[in-house]
Design a protein around this ligand. Structure first.
Ligand code: PMP
Length: 302
């Protein structure tokens, strides 16, 4: 099935969307991207894009940080996204990657005096962690707390180091600490624990990426299970001794953590609250729960 991209202000076959080797972004990571899921609802033969508005708001905040002005409004970005995914015509779960980047073919580390570009492409992508119970390690690499918040491309090198270290050591995913030794997050996910009935996640002030799935989980826990999330520091020992632990992310959805550094979380099975949240979240992203319909944007015009 051919894929398409939005590139240089038009929709083109994916293989024609190529950057020049001198593009500033390629050398210094001067770009901000997003990862958006399109979830395939087979009963309705529809793809629902999850929380477009929040993804683009986060991307535009990142653009602001990187001194980038895009020639597109939020409405343009929604329209372009729907058009590209619809043109691809997939009938399965997809992942959409928008990228705003310093497009000038110009060397030199800086943010000023550089043009900005915007591109986007979509491709089929099933489960990210490829396991329903992740085995994690605490990484020797720290999560940089220098104002990420948005998905700034250059900052991902720390996550890449941590992920490969984890996989080489036989784990599925790494949990990274902040420079002052608190739990920050996974390499592409936020972390939650449940201890004594409390749902706890690290505070955004720790410089982590404030996930849209994290927000969805906090909303569902509050609205549907009556559980408020506490945003507070978590240390390594609290992680090992939690009753439940799970990771959240657009790609990873809600992935239970079975063990960390070879220590089982409780009995290593999926926890009760985690399992309830997974079911709720699954219904919501497929637009099977009307209360959250405005989080879902249909792609195909029926
Ligand atoms: N942290 C990082 C480093 C990520 O790449 C992601 C995935 N976008 C997340 C957290 C989770 O964010 P979200 O739930 O918005 O996908």
């Amino acid at each position: 099935m051919p894929s398409y991209a939005y590139f240089h202000n038009q929709i083109v076959p994916l293989e024609e969307a190529n950057l020049n080797v001198m593009t500033n972004f390629m050398h210094y990571g001067t770009g901000v991207f997003e990862g958006i899921r399109g979830n395939w609802n087979g009963d309705r033969k529809q793809i629902y894009l999850f929380r477009l508005k929040e993804h683009y708001q986060r991307m535009l905040n990142g653009c602001h940080l990187l001194n980038m002005e895009l020639p597109h409004t939020l409405d343009d970005l929604y329209r372009i996204t729907v058009e590209v995914v619809a043109k691809c015509g997939y009938e399965e779960d997809v992942y959409v990657r928008p990228l705003a980047y310093k497009s000038s073919e110009s060397m030199g580390v800086r943010l000023h005096n550089l043009e900005s570009g915007f591109l986007l492409f979509a491709f089929p992508w099933g489960p990210y962690l490829d396991t329903d119970r992740a085995r994690c390690c605490v990484s020797s690499w720290r999560f940089p707390n220098e104002v990420p918040r948005a998905k700034i491309a250059g900052l991902y090198v720390s996550s890449a180091l941590a992920k490969t270290e984890a996989v080489e050591r036989g784990f599925d995913e790494a949990i990274m600490l902040t420079p002052d030794d608190y739990v920050a997050q996974g390499t592409g996910e936020n972390v939650f624990i449940i201890t004594n009935g409390k749902l706890i996640t690290p505070p955004s002030i720790d410089g982590l990426i404030v996930g849209i799935t994290r927000d969805a989980v906090m909303t569902l826990a509050r609205e549907e299970l009556g559980i408020e999330t506490v945003e507070s520091h978590i240390d390594r020992v609290e992680l090992y001794t939690a009753d439940e632990c799970f990771l959240t992310g657009t790609a990873a959805h809600i992935t239970p953590v079975a063990e960390i550094d070879h220590r089982k979380i409780a009995n290593g099975e999926i926890g009760k609250v985690t399992s309830k949240l997974q079911k709720l979240y699954h219904d919501v992203i497929l637009n099977n729960n009307r209360k959250y319909s405005d989080w879902c944007t249909p792609v195909y015009n029926k």
